[in-house]
Design a binder for this molecule. Structure first.
Ligand code: AMP
Length: 227
């Protein structure tokens, strides 16, 4: 393949407050388009569980609902993006969350001759986010997301996707931490909507409806952005 016909791996960004459905939707897009979901929240939780230096530094910050330092998060993201599976294209879920991170991502992509196909803002209301976050849990086996009110497993206590029977809830999915996470979003992450609008890659979608309806909107946005 010559340079003119080389297709760069797609880079998609999901922007939105905690509870907007970024993780759920990223997993669906991953399956549909053969992309890799990169969640800095998941990577940080893995680092905390593994007790790495980064994990030790991040633990208390995450429990308080604040943002982990740009330096730590950028280093984690950079390492993960260098893994071979990311050559399929990535959906960034929860990164970037600050202008410094967005600029670091631009630098990393330009080093690799890549560009952002789309930054998609999931638009929701804060009050709804508190309800969504406080009822959510995931399968301990495969990570499939569920919710006490909106999405229970078809068979009680058994994951629809992998059949596992254990589930877990995140330590930071409680009312006080959610308030801090929402204010961190408005103060530090929401300005990225203007940042990506300025780059001409911003797409917005109403994320207040049903999971399937939002998924279908996102599929068409991503399909267009990748064509
Ligand atoms: P999430 O799973 O995306 O909701 O992230 C959970 C927590 O991890 C956040 O409340 C932050 O403390 C931390 N975190 C995740 N991604 C980032 C990021 N890009 N920058 C700073 N902190 C992050």
């Amino acid at each position: 393949m010559d340079a003119a016909t080389t297709i760069s791996p797609a880079v998609l960004i999901l922007l939105g407050p905690p509870g907007a459905g970024k993780g759920t939707q990223a997993r669906m897009l991953e399956d549909k388009f053969g992309l890799v979901q990169l969640s800095t929240g998941d990577l940080l939780r893995e680092a905390v569980a593994a007790g790495t230096e980064a994990g030790k530094a991040a633990k208390a910050v995450m429990e308080a609902g604040d943002l982990v330092s740009d330096e730590i998060v950028i280093a984690i993201l950079r390492d993960r993006m260098a893994q071979p599976d990311c050559a399929k294209g990535v959906i960034l879920d929860g990164f970037p969350r600050t202008t410094v991170q967005a600029e670091a991502l631009d630098g990393l992509l330009s080093e690799n001759n890549q560009k952002i196909n789309a930054a998609i803002s999931l638009e929701v209301e804060d009050a709804e986010m508190v309800i969504r976050i406080s009822g959510r849990y995931t399968c301990a086996g495969c990570g499939e997301g569920y919710h006490d009110t909106f999405k229970q497993p078809v068979e009680d206590g058994k994951c629809d996707k992998c059949g596992h029977t254990e589930f877990k809830r995140r330590a930071d999915d409680n009312a006080e931490t959610v308030a801090s996470r929402l204010s961190a979003y408005h103060a530090q992450t929401a300005p990225l909507i203007t940042y990506y609008d300025g780059q001409g890659v911003l797409k917005c979608t109403n994320a207040m409806g049903k999971i399937e309806d939002i998924a279908s909107d996102l599929e068409s946005i991503v399909g267009n952005a990748m064509s």
